[in-house]
Design a protein around this ligand. Structure first.
Ligand SMILES: [Zn+2]
Length: 265
């Protein structure tokens, strides 16, 4: 190759390189509002410990979340101490059995069990005890509808979910048959681990499940940009680092599933 053609080749490379850099710059500019940079480049895994998954949350997203947690912890008067958590969950179960809390029976049986109005009342109890009113009361104070509930009668199938948050209607949806005694029969003799918490009544399982969905509702209603596009929230069907952080520091939930706990006699 002659010297001249080498120069021409270099010029071509430089022009292509510049075009590439410009294109990258334009893409970065477009991404900036919704895609903040994480502090670590590890891939999210469900079994990560807190310092690992928190490092996956970009500082711009972490700051307002930490501010929310600080405000709630200050207002409720405690953060994540185990003794306070246990007492608070016990308070939820006690208040849920009052008329104002939905008049729930611990076994979830009886007339009117699992109706949307009782579920709304239970969510107000959880909102008061754990969130210092940061979801339901806050929506009401803004003149908006609080997060609603819908109980559906779909037949059992292979994809047998128990609940989910319906963003389109701002509702928590529960599948009725999954909450019947044939599916859920939790007691002292048959305890269950729900969200990492040991439950000995069906009502406790319901309360933890609703609290889980309230985390999704909180993000949807008050952090819409995170809900729409955060790479720290969306992984694992919206159970990524941001969900894990909030679920733990709001409710003491260390995992996001439930399973039967067998006693060894
Ligand atoms: Zn979820």
């Amino acid at each position: 190759m002659k010297y001249g053609s080498l120069l021409a080749c270099g010029a071509l490379f430089s022009t292509a390189g510049l075009a590439c850099l410009l294109a990258q710059h334009i893409i970065m500019e477009r991404r900036q509002p919704s895609q903040h940079r994480a502090q670590s480049n590890k891939r999210f895994k469900r079994d990560m410990c807190e310092h690992e998954y928190v490092a996956l949350i970009p500082m711009e997203e972490l700051k307002p979340l930490r501010a929310l947690l600080r405000r709630i912890h200050r207002q409720r008067g405690w953060s994540t101490q185990l003794a306070h958590l246990d007492a608070a969950w016990e308070q939820v179960v006690q208040e849920a059995q009052t008329l104002q809390g939905g008049a729930w029976h611990v076994g979830l049986c009886g007339e009117g069990a699992l109706c949307s109005e009782s579920l709304r009342k239970l969510s107000m109890v959880i909102d008061g005890v754990f969130l210092a009113g940061a979801l339901q009361q806050r929506l009401l104070s803004f003149g908006k509808q609080p997060v609603g509930f819908r109980v559906v009668e779909e037949a059992p199938g292979p994809d047998d979910w128990i609940s989910y948050f319906d963003e389109q209607h701002n509702q928590i949806v529960l599948r009725r048959h999954r909450w019947g005694l044939s599916c859920l029969d939790v007691s002292e003799e048959r305890p269950m681990s729900c969200e990492g918490m040991i439950c000995t009544t069906n009502l406790q399982v319901l309360a933890h499940t609703i609290a889980h969905e309230m985390v999704h509702a909180l993000v949807y209603n008050f952090f819409p940009a995170i809900d729409a596009s955060s790479e720290a929230y969306l992984p694992d069907e919206r159970h990524g680092p941001i969900f894990k952080l909030l679920n733990k520091h709001l409710f003491g939930h260390t995992i996001d599933s439930f399973r039967q706990v067998f006693k060894i006699g």
